[in-house]
Design a protein around this ligand. Structure first.
Ligand SMILES: [Zn+2]
Length: 148
C-alpha cells in the first residue's frame, strides 16, 4: 500500500501533463514500513513525502521510454539523506497509454520500491496505478493507493 498527499499527487499529475507527449520521470522520497505478514514484499507500506524531478534523457523514443542520467540515483540518495528520508520509489508517465506495468517496467523493477505510473491521454490525466515487485514471482503487482 502507498500513501500520497493530494498536494503531491496533484503536483505529479501536473508534471505528467506538462511533459506530454513525452514520458516524465523522477524519484519518490519518504518512509518505508516493511510488512510482516507476507514474505513477498506486497504488504510493505510506502509513505511518499517528497518528489525529485528528473530529466528524461532518452532522445530516440521518449514517448514510450524514460532514461535517467548516470549518477542521478546517487544524487537523489544524497538529497534524501539530507532531508532525513530515503528513496522509496520512482514515478513515470505513460503518454497515450494506460497505467499498466510494461515489460520494460518489469525488467528494471527492484524490491522494496513503489512504482507510480501516471497515464496521460491527449495531455490530460487519465489514471494512476501503483506497483510493487512481488518477489515470489518477480512481477510487478498492483497495490492500493491512498490519496490523503
Ligand atoms: Zn512504463
Amino acid at each position: 500500500m502507498v500513501k500520497i498527499s493530494t498536494k503531491t499527487n496533484n503536483e505529479l499529475v501536473d508534471i505528467s501533463e506538462k511533459g506530454f507527449p513525452y514520458e516524465v520521470c523522477g524519484f519518490l522520497l519518504g518512509e518505508l514500513e516493511y510488512g510482516v505478514k507476507e514474505s513477498n514484499g506486497m504488504d510493505n507500506q510506502f509513505h511518499i513525502k517528497e518528489i525529485l524531478v528528473c530529466e528524461n534523457i532518452n532522445k530516440e523514443t521518449p514517448e514510450i521510454r524514460f532514461e535517467m542520467k548516470e549518477g542521478e540515483y546517487q544524487q537523489a540518495e544524497y538529497t534524501a539523506k539530507e532531508r532525513g528520508l530515503r528513496i522509496i520509489g520512482i514515478y513515470h508517465s505513460h503518454p497515450n497509454h494506460q497505467s499498466y506495468a510494461s515489460p520494460t517496467d518489469n525488467l528494471y523493477a527492484q524490491p522494496d520500491t513503489i512504482y507510480l505510473i501516471y497515464s496521460i491521454m491527449s495531455s490530460k490525466f487519465n489514471e494512476l496505478k501503483g506497483y510493487i515487485l512481488n518477489t515470489k514471482d518477480w512481477e510487478l503487482q498492483e497495490t492500493k493507493i491512498q490519496i490523503t
